[in-house]
Every structure is written in C-alpha cells, then in structure tokens.
Design a protein. Sequence first.
Length: 329
Amino acid sequence: MRVLSCLLVIVLLLSGCGRATFVVGLTPGDRALTETTVMRDGRWGSSKVALIDVSGVLTNAERRGVLNTEPNPVSSFTEALNRAAADRDVKAVIVRVNSPGGTVTASDLMHRELLRFKRRTGKPAVVVMMDLATSGGYYLACAGDAVIAHPTTITGSVGVILQTVSVKPALERWGVSLDAITSGPNKDAGSPLSELTPEQRATLSAMVDDFYDRFVDVVEARRPGIIHTDQAFDGRVVTGEQALEWGMVDRLGDLHDAFDEAKDRAGLTRADLVRYHRPLDQPGSVYADSPVASRTTTQLNLMQLNLADPLPGFGTPVGVYYLWDGTRP
C-alpha cells in the first residue's frame, strides 16, 4: 500500500512537468509492432497476408485526443508496410480503410508509400473500404492493385477543401480593433482575425485548383475505366454500389473477399491473415478495434465524430484538406 501511495505522489508531481507514463506489471519493454493471426486458412508455416488498418483523419502528426495521444497515421502506416516488406512469409497486404480523408500532404504521402511498397517488394496490395473511404481515404485507396467496397461504404468526395473562419466582424461589433502588421498583402490570408480580400481569395482558390487537378490526375491514372467524371469529380459522396457502377472500385465485397483477392494475386491457395498491432493492443478478432481508437472515436450513422480530430478551421491551423466534411450542417 505504501509503495502504491508513493507511485501516486510521483505521478502527481510529474504530471505538471510533462507527459509521464507508468506501467506496473509484466509489460513488453518496446512498442514495436507485433502480429496476431486473426484468420487461419493454412497450416503451420504457411504463407501470410498482412492486414493493415488505416482509420480516422489522415495527418502527418500525432492526433491529440481528450484522454490520450494517438500515433502519427503516416508513420504508423509506413511502419506497418516496412514490417510486411521485411517478412518473407508475407506475400500480400490488405489495407483496410475507414477514413473521411485528411490533409493533402498526408494523403499523398500514404498513397506514395503504398506504391513504393509494391514496387520494391512485388507484393500485391488489396484495399477494402469500410464505413468511410472518402476524399483522402479514396486517394489512398487508388494506390491498391484492387479496390473492394462494401455495398454500404460511403466513398468518393473527390475534391479539396480549404476551410477558413473569420471572427473579425464579431470582434468589431464588440468594439475590438484589429490591426496586423504584415510583410505583404497576402501574409495574413486565411487568418481568423481578418477577412479575405478578392485578391487573397483568388490566390487561395488557385492553390485549391492545383491540388484538385492533382487528385483528378491520380484517380484517372489509377482508375482508367471511370465514367461520369463530371459527377464523380464534383465532390459528391457515393455508395459502394454506385462507385462500382461508375468504375471507382473493382468489386463489392467484404474482408473475406479481400483476403481471397489477395491470395489470388499472390498465387496462393492457402495463407494465414495476420494483423499488426502494438504489444498491449491484442485484437480479439479480425474486426476488433484497437483500444486507443475505441476510447476516442464515436460512430454516428454516416457521420464520424472523432474527438481527436477537430474540423479544419475549428481548433486547428488553416490547412488544405482532401476531406469529406460530412459533419457540417
């Protein structure tokens, strides 16, 4: 009891100085990825297919939640791909996407990392979409050798959003005077303390158009059979069934179908499906969420409310996003 009391005092003293972590018990000393077989289809020593999860808003930074901090999505994705590349028994990967998208750069980085993995290993990659694979999530999916959507998947949203918020009019009504000293007329473009001038809006619109053209080029290069492009590329979301009709995905199915597809592309008749996770995040099944995700994310029908990921323009710096902002009224 005395030992526990001392530990509690130390935690309280250190909590004001920075992040502190104490683990009591027998715990792995490192946080390197480990694997668990979540679907057994072969015998001992069989080939493997690795399941890699991508969920939440895609950013190239740690995601800070209410109770904890989640890992950098780009870093975690790359770490998992490197683990699959180094394992000779892994013959293919399945990337399971459940994401509304994210920043332009993070989406592009993850797309590039998947393409690079396929080039350097020769291992096929099958993408299976879950509830959401919109905007940057769809951008990433286009790097797969085959893209499978559930009939109820929400996907598409090919487009770019740069969300700005201005509180200047409200402050002025309260008699608050704003005066920024800048080195040029565009230095404060997008600041919540100023309003966009027509020239600033034109500058930012040109940047959005450039990123949009890049998105369209990626989709057209990876999905050459896509049809109804003026509708598919106008930012709308579609169901998995409509995405199949328009050529945005290859087939409808679920994780079992993705597993069969991965084995076929790798020339395997049997294989085990393994899932990568941290040592303490033991998955109970192939559909199990990680403990971190389950603490910070609430699913509401078609809307994903993630307490770790505030909307662009609200609590985050102004940025350019491949993101379906389906939470806005």
